[in-house]
Design a protein around this ligand. Sequence first.
Ligand code: IMP
Ligand code: MG
Length: 179
Amino acid sequence: MIEDIEKILITEQQIEDMVQTLAQQVSEDYKHKNLMLLCVLKGSVVFAADLMRHITIPCSIDFMAVSSYGSTTSSSGVVRILKDLETDISDKDILIVEDIIDSGLTLNYLKELLLARNPKSVKICAILNKKARRKINIEADYNGYEIPDEFAVGYGLDYAEKYRNLPFVGVLKPEIYQK
Ligand code: IMP
Ligand code: MG
């Protein structure tokens, strides 16, 4: 697996430091709120698990699965809901936990959909940001690392469902996705 990686963008230590920083901010900001983490499957599962462990206030978690990518490396712009929330969110302060904001299309769609259900609030926490690729004006309220316009894998991010379990964020060798 590691032999398919051309270079590392964010190290395991950098991720750990950022998770700690973000969790501290969230714990402070949501002290008097009813925090629910919304983990967007599947990519965010690694980040959500780490973030949750570092949050020091009570919080719940629920999951949604949406799809905007096939096994290619560019956004289709089409968002499908594959799995919806199991809970009523009208009394919740929702924090959407995302692996990466790329075009922003997925997140924009998701945020609108959630707002229509009248939760107390909806904010976004994303560990990675590819600002150069934005197609719509949306930013995370809690932002991790900015990465260049390259297809990244690891720390939850996949290429054709592979590499999610790498503990760092890296870039694949071109021959892997040119195959
Ligand atoms: P967006 O709608 O273009 O912002 O896409 C968001 C989703 O696309 C993320 O949650 C990821 O699952 C996926 N994605 C975006 N960029 C990358 C990447 O560089 N590597 C792997 N998956 C990515
Ligand atoms: Mg994906």
